[in-house]
Design a protein. Structure first.
Lengths: 335, 543
């Protein structure tokens, strides 16, 4: 797999076949028009070669019909390609809801990965075959890009915010992992491999090695040690909003706007809490920018996501109201 | 053909722009657009071979997967300097500043550009910017890539980012001044009877490119200033550590740098229209469509920058809009290719060296344009973004397209510029060598890109080696193809046969005046009473 003289990459994800189908269609289009143009040029160049220095060619200046033809036909073709590419892109940007989250941190020049169960890896990612995996990625320094050619997926990894990438592997094996965005001196050394395993092997791998504390548990410890729990109480009596079940829900803000409590909202609300204050609360939370590293931040996020909604809380007692009228909702969704 | 026959009139005895004055002062203080064109020609040729030298080192390094010839940091500086020099100091000025400077006044029947002093100023600005960048190279270089992406460039790079940025910033003003000069000249200084639709398509193309130069270049200037301020003072606009947005830089950078591709390729398209009509002896097919497609490209070209950010975390819907707009910009390019092909129909086609370059351009530009569809297609771009597929694509456009057109144009107008003919056999040979070498260099890179080899990799997995060796082998052939014309052009200055006023039998006002033209271009201002390519109406004699 890592040797020889390949001309075509492995197909190892559910997306690979779809992307390749469009690729082959485009190759066909390219070949057709290249051969058409080259063929016409060669044919005309021979058929109408200059036979005498005094010949006067026919005065042909153009044809509106032909112009319309070679405007409309290419237009229709590119619209087909656009639609096809857009369809693939929609699939690429909508992870399935049951996707298994894995947290990725890029830094010069390595990939750090954390599984929810607690396993941490560097420059290697073990995943099970046949299960959708969603990467939640951020960078500690410059822009990187997480790229697995065999899966036909790639997304930039940015400092200061989360980006996402999902895939479902279809073939067990080992595949290249590249950093695709130039990131400095050892950019070409920021590589690794994705190891796709049979589900049973993956379970064995997960439970092998030294026992690891889960991300949720680590996040809970951080939540306690950073004293978050003193204000964010689960019964709604704290100075901060209840965080149980908040992930993915709309949140009413002081400004009257609404935000979706996604990864980037939670990230911002931890690092720079004054940016979007929840309606009904004072902006009293301290700034954590520079105090929490990316790994710890993702552990806190994993913990917050794990908090189930508290049914014991009286409805209306908290500011976190899932039921915001859709008409006034101004949502900003991240891909 | 009369090309190899020395004309009966000894041209050297006539006064022309090369012999009306001598000495270094007469060049450095000239206001003659023709001399300024030659100043530019010498400068950009130096930069071309410097940028080419870096390319040679890059291809040598990539012969082996290990990254063992130069260190990683050196390699990163090599591709950065290759890009900076080739784009800012060769491709962008190439056709406008040399052929455009020489030809725009001649083609519109004017004595000079509208602002001759500004024209000279633009060359000095170019030289100062170039020296700044060369200085940055000599003291240690820069390793950010020509794209200067933040926050690497603002916070992490150890190279001379600001000095290089200042060099590009300064040079931008030479581009703005050239564009301004062209627009005013084309509007106000056309000869009597030379209406807009009697203008050669080269002029239309220069006009469209000038619009982009004037509207786009200030944006890159501002962006480079912000970059320098962020790097020096951490003003917090691009660096997230200070509350900035690194992706904002990409938006600003590509708002200029994508249209810049059209600054490079539109003038090339203009050259090709001239060459094909001349050597097919035909009126260009669909003149109006070719002319307006240049403007269409100039306008639409400003609306597609976001396709460089398909995987940068830009919103899904922004991505889709930039995708559809990128497809639309393909249409005017397709229209041009079809019209050039149709121009050949029932023509009287000769295979002289400029025409061979034009054929090469159409072939390579077609492949470059069609592979652009792969990248505009957002779902497919995700896979090939930042891989060698992109590298191959833009080299097909910018080298296969612009450089082929530039060389074709240089061959076509060389007799006019210097009064000398070059050896036609060698010229045909070099056109062939460039075409073969180019394809051998860059076709394998499409395959490498789809396999997943990222660009800007100093070392790479072993299975990519065979294709990389093919590419490096092709590059060596390509290099030979570029050196040959350099040699015979210089040779021709002394030993070439004297050129007649119109050695190709072309229409166009520039061919109605001696080669080389007199300082004031025309003994008397020409009057135009027909369209630009009337090859079918009367015989255009080779004189």
């Amino acid at each position: 797999m890592f040797s020889g003289f390949p001309l075509f990459p492995d197909q190892a994800s559910t997306m690979a076949g779809e992307v390749d189908a469009l690729y082959f269609f485009l190759i066909a289009i390219t070949l057709f028009f290249s051969v058409l143009i080259a063929g016409l040029i060669v044919y005309f160049a021979i058929r109408y070669r200059r036979r005498s220095e005094v010949e006067l060619p026919e005065p042909i200046t153009g044809s509106t019909k032909l112009e319309a033809l070679w405007t409309v036909i290419p237009f229709l073709i590119v619209m087909i390609i656009f639609g096809w590419g857009a369809k693939i892109f929609f699939t690429l940007s909508r992870p399935p809801s049951d996707a298994m989250p894995i947290y990725v941190t890029g830094k010069q020049w390595m990939w750090k990965l954390q599984h929810l169960e607690g396993q941490r890896e560097i420059n290697e990612l073990h995943i099970p075959v046949g299960r959708a995996v969603k990467l939640v990625m951020s960078s500690e320094d410059v822009i990187h890009s997480f790229y697995v050619p065999a899966f036909r997926v790639k997304a930039d990894v940015l400092p200061g915010r989360y980006t996402h990438l999902w895939f479902k592997a279809t073939q067990p094996g080992e595949y290249h992992l590249f950093c695709a965005e130039y990131c400095g001196t050892k950019h070409s050394g920021m590589i690794g491999k994705v190891v796709v395993m049979e589900p049973a092997d993956f379970q064995a791998w997960l439970s092998g090695g030294p026992p690891a504390e889960s991300m949720t548990a680590r996040g809970q410890r951080l939540f306690q040690s950073l004293a978050c729990h003193t204000c964010h109480k689960s019964d709604g009596t704290g100075r901060g909003p209840v965080l149980n079940g908040v992930f993915g829900k709309p949140v009413a803000l002081q400004t009257g706007q609404t935000a979706i409590a996604d990864d980037n909202y939670l990230r911002e609300s931890i690092l720079n809490p004054g940016a979007k204050v929840v309606a009904g609360y004072q902006p009293v939370m301290p700034v954590f920018q520079g105090l929490i590293n990316e790994d710890a931040l993702s552990q806190i996020l994993a913990y917050l996501k794990s908090l189930a909604p508290q049914p014991a809380v009286q409805p209306g007692a908290t500011a976190v109201q899932p039921a915001v009228p859709p008409a006034t909702t101004q949502q900003r969704r991240n891909p | 053909m009369s090309i190899f026959v020395a004309p009966s009139i000894p041209v050297e005895t006539q006064e022309h722009y090369l012999n009306n004055d001598y000495g270094i002062r007469s060049w450095l203080l000239t206001r003659d657009h023709k001399r300024i064109a030659l100043l530019y020609l010498a400068s950009i040729t130096l930069f071309f071979f410097l940028g080419g030298f870096f390319a040679v080192l890059i291809r040598l390094e990539l012969l082996t997967p290990q990254g063992d010839m130069v260190q990683a940091e050196t390699y990163n500086k090599l591709f950065t300097m290759h890009g900076v020099i080739m784009i800012f100091f060769f491709l962008i000025p190439s056709i406008p500043a040399t052929l455009g400077n020489f030809l725009v006044p001649l083609m519109v029947g004017a004595k000079d550009l509208a602002f001759p002093r500004i024209n000279l100023l633009s060359w000095y600005i170019y030289v100062v910017g170039g020296l700044f960048t060369l200085g940055a190279v000599l003291v240690g270089g820069v390793d950010t890539g020509w794209t200067f992406y933040t926050p690497y460039s603002t916070t992490y790079s150890n190279g001379y980012v600001i000095a290089t940025g200042v060099g590009a910033f300064i040079t931008g003003f030479s581009s703005i001044l050239t564009g301004l000069n062209f627009i005013v000249t084309i509007h106000k200084m056309r000869a009597p009877g030379l209406t807009w639709f009697r203008l050669p398509l080269f002029i239309w193309a220069q006009y469209a490119a000038s619009i982009i130069m004037i509207l786009g270049t200030p944006v890159i200037a501002i962006t480079l200033v912000l970059l320098a301020l962020e790097r020096a003072f951490h003003i917090g606009i691009f660096d997230p550590a200070f509350g900035g947005d690194p992706v904002l830089f990409q938006h600003l950078f590509w708002f200029y740098s994508h249209p810049a591709v059209y600054i490079m390729v539109l003038p090339g398209m203009g050259v090709i229209s001239e060459l094909i009509s001349c050597f097919a002896r035909k009126y260009i097919f669909g003149y109006h469509f070719v002319a307006f497609s240049s403007l269409g490209i100039a306008v639409l070209g400003f609306l597609v920058w976001g396709h460089h950010l398909f995987v940068s975390g830009q919103s899904v819907y922004a991505g889709l809009i930039f995708s559809i707009l990128s497809f639309l910009v393909a249409i005017p390019s397709a229209i041009k290719v079809f019209n050039w092909t149709a121009t050949l129909y029932k023509g009287s086609i000769s295979y002289q060296s400029p025409m061979l370059y034009a054929f090469g351009f159409v072939g390579l530009f077609t492949i470059g344009g069609l592979t652009g569809l792969f990248l505009a297609s957002i779902g497919l771009d995700v896979h090939v973004h930042d891989t060698y597929f992109v590298v191959a694509h833009f080299h097909y456009i910018m080298v296969g397209g612009t450089l082929m057109a530039y060389l074709g144009g240089m061959h076509f107008w060389w007799p006019k510029m210097t009064g000398r003919m070059f050896p036609e056999g060698w010229a045909k040979f070099s056109a062939l060598v460039v075409f073969v070498g180019f394809n051998l260099t860059f076709l394998p890179q499409f395959i490498l890109g789809y396999l997943g080899m990222p660009r800007r990799y100093h070392a790479y997995p072993e299975e990519f080696q065979v294709l990389n060796v093919m590419s490096s082998a092709g590059a060596s052939i390509l290099g030979v193809g570029y050196v040959i014309p350099m040699i015979y052009f210089i040779w021709s200055l002394k030993y070439g046969a004297l050129a007649s006023p119109n050695p190709w039998g072309a229409t166009g006002l520039e061919w109605r005046t001696p080669s080389p033209p007199p300082p004031e271009n025309f003994k008397e201002i020409p009057v135009v009473n027909e369209g630009p390519y009337e090859y079918s109406i009367r015989e255009i004699k080779v004189v």
